[in-house]
Design a protein around this ligand. Sequence first.
Ligand code: ADP
Length: 647
Amino acid sequence: MGKRVFKAETKQLLDLMINSIYTNREIFLRELISNASDAIDKLKFNSLTDPDLVGEDSGFEIRIEIDKENKTLTVSDNGIGMSYEEVVDNIGTIAKSGSKEFLEKLKNSDEKSAQELIGQFGVGFYSSFMVADKVKLKTRSALLDPSDGVAWESTGDGNYNIERSEVERRGTSITLYLKEDAVKEHGLLSQYVIEELVSKYSDYIRYPVKMEVETVHPEEKDENGKVVKEKETVLEDKILNSMKPIWHRDKSEVTDEEYNDFYRHAFHSYDEPVDIIHTKGEGTVEYTALIFIPGTIPFNFYSSHYERGLKLYSKQVFIMEKCKELVPEYLGFIRGIVDSPDFSLNISREILQHSSQLKIIGKNIEKKVLGALKYMLENDREKYVKFWKEFGRAVKAGIYSDFGSNKDKLQDLLLFESTHSDELTTLNEYIKRMPEGQKEIYYVAGKDKTFLKNIPQMENITDKGYEVLFFTDKIDEFASAVLVSYQEKPLKNISASDLDLESDEEKKEKEEKRKAIEEKSKSLLETLKDHLKDEVKEIRLSSRLKNSAVCLVSGSDGISLNMEQVLSESPMSDMPPPKASRILEINPDHKVFVKLNEIYSKSPDSEKLKDYAEVLYNQALLIEGIVPKDPAKFALQISELISDAPA
Ligand code: ADP
C-alpha cells in the first residue's frame, strides 16, 4: 500500500506525454469517455450472467463535472470499476499492445518524429497528464463492496499513491487537476468548450455523457401579460452527446430528413445531398458506411487546401476526421463516415495508412459509389445531370489520374454536349445512334459550343449525318486522349489530320481526284508553303470542306490546337508549352483556290500570293479562336483587299 513506482515503460511514456509540445491535447477527453463507455459495456456484459451486478444503479451514464474553484475536471462512470489489483495492473503498466508498439516506435525516433507519433496515437488514460499536473482516480469494482474501493493518485513524476478507500458508488471517477495553460489556452473549465469537445469526439457514444450546465429559463407571463415567473438561471443536467449513431440504425427506419439533418450537422453543409449510400460490409472486414454525394461542390474543391476523406470511427468512437485512404482522389467530393470494429483507437496514422482492411473498405466504398452513380444515371437522369454539372469534371479528371487505370470504371459515367440535341449524352447513347458506316466517335474541342457549331471542319461530318460531341471543358480532350476509344470506336477530333470518314471506295475516288488536282497545283502549293514556312508544317488540299475556303488541322503525331491553347493558358511548368503541328487545308472546290491558281499562272512570283497566303492562314487561326500573331497587319491586309476589289 502507499507509494509505488510506475513500471519503466509507463514512466517513459509519461515523460514524453508531459514534456512534448503536443498540439492535440484535447483528445484526452475522448480517451477518458471511451474508457468509461467500455467500462459500462463490460458491466452490461457481465450482468447478462449476474443481473445483481447492476442493481438499482441501472441508469448508465458518464458524467463530466467542472469545478472552477479548484480548477478540476472530473469524468466519472457507473461501469464495471476496478479492484485494487486491477488498478495496479491497468493503470500502473502499459499492457496494451498498441501502446507497446507505440513505445517501440518512440525508442527509434528522433524528437520531432516522436512528437508526431504522440499526435498520431491516442494513448488512453495517460493522455490525462497532457492537461493535468495531478490525476486522482477513485474506483470501486461492481463485484465488490463500497469498503473495497480504491483511491489512486499521481503527479506523473514516476510515482503514484494507491490506497483502499470507501467508495460509495460503483464505477470509476477520474479527476484532473488542470495545468495552467490547459485552463488559459484550451479553456478546459469552460462549459462551452467541453460541450464542443464531447460533440466533436464522442457524440455517438452509446451512453449519455451528462454535465450540469447553466440554463437560462425565460420569464413566464400569464394571459394578461403579467410576469408570473422571473427569468432565472438554473443548473440542469444536459446530455452532451446525441448517442444516436444514425449509421447503426436500420436503413428502413431512418427518414430522409434524419439523413439530411445528420449530413448538415456532421459535415457543416447546407446543401441537400443528391444521393445517400448506407451500407454494411461483412466478411473479411466488418464495417458500416454512410456516404453522401453532396448536392453542391465545396467552394475550395479545386484548391490545394481541399482535403478529401471520410470520418473514421471504431465502435462509435471517433478516430479521425479525414481518412483519405477510404476515398479515391477522383471521388474526393464524397462525404461520410465509416465505422469499423477492426480498428483500434490506439492505431497510428502511419499503420492505418498501410492497413489492408482500410484498403478493402476503400475499394468497397468506391464500388458502391460508382454503382450508385450508374443507377442514378440509368434511373434518374435529371438528378444525375445535376450531379454531373457539379462533379463531372472531377470524374473526368479521374480518367486520366492514376495512369488511366480508372478509365474502365468511369467511361460509362461520362456525359457530353453534342450536335444531336440540347440534352447531354453518354458515349453509349452516342454509339447507339451511330449510322451505318460511321467508324469513329467525333468530337470538337474548344471554349464555346456556339462557335464550335460553325467551324468549317464540321461541314462534311454533319452532312453525313454523323453526330459530333462538344468538348467544351478544358480537360475533356485530355481525358479522351487517355480513353483513346470507347467500345472499340476511336475518339477522333474532327480537326485531326487523319479522319476515317469515308468508305474505302469513296476514299479511293476522292483521293484520286485530289491527287490529280494536287499534281496540277503542286508548284502553287509549294510556293504558298514557302510563304508560310514558319507557321505551318504542311499545306494540302482538303476533302473535308464544303463552303469554307480553308481550315487548320493538327497532325496526328502530337497535341491538338485546342490542347495547345489550354496548355498555354495554364502552363504546367516553366517550360514553354508544346505546340501543335499545323496543317493548312485548302478547299479545292472554292473560288479562292481558283483565284490563287489564276494569279500563280500569270505570275508565280506575285507579292499578292504571299499576302493572300498570310490572310488565309490567319483566317484559319481565327476560326479556331486563336488571335493572329500580328492582328494589325492582318487588318491592313483585309482593308487592302477590299480597296482592290472591283466595284
Ligand atoms: P486502453 O483503454 O487502451 O486499454 P488505458 O490506458 O486508457 O488503455 O486504460 C488501461 C486500462 O485501464 C483499460 O484497459 C481498463 O482495463 C482500465 N480502465 C481505464 N479506465 C477505466 C474506467 N473508467 N473504468 C474501468 N476500467 C478502466
